[in-house]
Design a binder for this molecule. Structure first.
Ligand code: NZQ
Ligand code: ZN
Length: 464
């Protein structure tokens, strides 16, 4: 384990009805400003619960903190906060409202332009803030980070200041979330874990297992949530997974990457793409590009999360990356730049920006503009070559099956003859079995095709 300092003072209040605890959490003499997003809280009962809990208290409201909070909106809130001598902030919303409120908390104590604080990257002087979280995703409810945008200049940067004093997590609040926001929240949580896990092996077994427990929980609950998004138990698991994924716990003593996030932020800054959606596109590309460097950790992850235990390492790498992409697809997200209508000009602009800023990310600080370019090139729809293919081993589809049992039978028969074989789309077919037309492809190396075809013909004559 590497040296570290861990500090997390946020008090969590978890469970149905916990908004009623607000008066106990905010000292009675505080002049409060409550910050909100675009209005979802007015349709799901959260606003009523908050105002009821604050009855008799000295508070004002600030509305309109948008997704990817914009500096111009936040400046207005800072002005209002200064005018009214606000000394406590209550953010009621998702990551955007909470992040924006973290900047407001610092801006109220600052005499200059609040964008300077963002460019500087951090602030010490703040007024306290509490949160009522409405969407599991960012972990902002229990960390000291924020990400602030400037639409005018198409920029988006991280900013660090204080942890919330408390955060209220009531899973019933999430019942009103649209499917797309749930998908983006699941993807964001998954990639937060990956940024702290998909780095080096043997730094900490404990942290690895802790991260893997969150990943496995997400993989388990995601298809169930799709079927029933108003299930208290499932949404509780989701909420706590998101909080635990980015509150500093799984980062203790281990390396961190964050290249996927920094590239994703540029896609949002340039195209307004939703945060979780950017990650579902970029992360598989990061794995493809850095498969050699991250090889041992990908193999560990493939084995422990996806059960990829057989085959030569190059095949296991390819299969694990494919399963990761299939997972994002199963959430209903896009996984390629072309699907989002994004082309080479954006790739070049992001590489240029990284170079111009002189930044480099990743656990070894080597994801430069040039590497970001390669990652983004590997996010295009043209199927990039797998590590096995790069070694001159082209793969071809031998047969497709609706049933995973039959696909596995063929796989076993081929294995008995010493023929390496991969199953593609297995995960999607399993979790989306209610969709007709989902098939599992059995793929072999081209050099083995003739022999494999004979085995297919003998075992499944209807397939030839
Ligand atoms: O604005 P309203 O009307 O409330 O609607 C929101 C918004 O449109 C809606 N929503 C939220 N809770 C709801 C709901 N709709 C129905 N029912 C509910 N219970 O969902 C939409 C998205 O909300 P937003 O706050 O933007 O989502 P999220 O929590 O994903 O936050 C995204 C922002 O957080 C940053 C992202 O970059 C992005 O700017 N991040 C912050 C991090 C941090 N502070 O540590 C880390 C992350 O990696 C991320 O970068
Ligand atoms: Zn994120």
């Amino acid at each position: 384990m590497n040296n570290f300092i861990f500090y997390n003072p946020t008090r969590l209040l978890f469970g149905e009805g916990m908004i009623a605890q607000l008066p106990v959490q905010i000292p009675a003499d505080k002049r409060i400003m409550v910050t909100f997003g675009g209005g979802s809280v007015k349709t799901n009962g959260v606003y009523e619960q908050v105002t009821k809990a604050l009855e008799g208290r000295d508070y004002t409201e600030f509305w309109g903190i948008e997704s990817n909070p914009d500096i111009s909106t936040l400046k207005k809130a800072i002005e209002q906060g200064k005018e009214k001598n606000i000394d406590f902030l209550l953010a009621v919303g998702g990551g955007s409202v909470i992040d924006g409120t973290k900047l407001i908390a610092a801006g109220i104590c600052y005499n200059g332009d609040a964008w300077d604080l963002v460019k500087k990257g951090s602030a010490q002087d703040t007024i306290p803030l509490g949160t009522v979280l409405t969407i599991p995703a960012t972990g902002s409810e229990m960390n000291n980070g924020a990400v602030i945008s400037c639409r005018e200049t198409h920029e988006k940067y991280p900013f660090f200041s204080q942890h919330p004093v408390f955060s209220i997590l009531d899973p019933t609040i999430t019942f009103s979330l649209p499917d797309f926001q749930i998908a983006c929240g699941l993807a964001d949580t998954f990639v937060h874990v990956m940024e702290q896990y998909m780095t080096k092996t043997n730094e900490s077994d404990l942290m690895d297992r802790w991260s893997e427990s969150i990943l496995r929980t997400l993989v388990q609950i995601a298809p169930q949530i799709k079927e029933n998004k108003q299930n208290y138990r499932l949404m509780s698991e989701f909420m706590m997974s998101a909080t635990m994924a980015l509150n500093g716990f799984i980062a203790m003593g281990v390396s961190e990457d964050w290249a996927t996030h920094m590239i994703g932020h540029e896609l949002t800054a340039l195209h307004g793409m939703t945060h979780g959606q950017t990650l579902a596109i970029v992360f598989p590309g990061t794995l493809r590009t850095l498969a050699d460097k991250k090889r041992d950790k990908i193999l560990q992850y493939g084995e422990r999360i996806w059960g990829v235990t057989s085959g030569v390492p190059s095949v296991r790498l390819a299969l694990t990356i494919e399963k990761t992409e299939e997972f994002f697809k199963s959430l209903g997200l896009k996984t390629r730049l072309d699907e989002a209508g994004i082309g080479d000009d954006t790739i070049e602009e992001i590489a240029r920006r990284f170079e111009e800023r002189g930044v480099a990310f990743g656990e070894d600080g080597d994801v430069t503009g040039e590497v970001a370019r390669r990652i983004l090139q590997n996010c295009k729809s043209i199927q990039p070559s797998t590590p096995a293919e790069e070694n001159g081993m082209k793969t071809v589809v031998l047969a497709s099956f609706k049933s995973d049992v039959r696909a596995h039978m063929l796989q076993d028969l081929l294995k008995n003859e010493g023929i390496e074989c991969m199953l593609q789309g297995e995960y999607t077919a399993q979790v989306m079995s209610y969709l007709s037309g989902m098939e599992i492809k059995v793929t072999v190396f081209e050099k083995d095709y003739a022999r494999a075809f004979e085995i297919l013909k003998a075992a499944f004559p209807e397939k030839v």
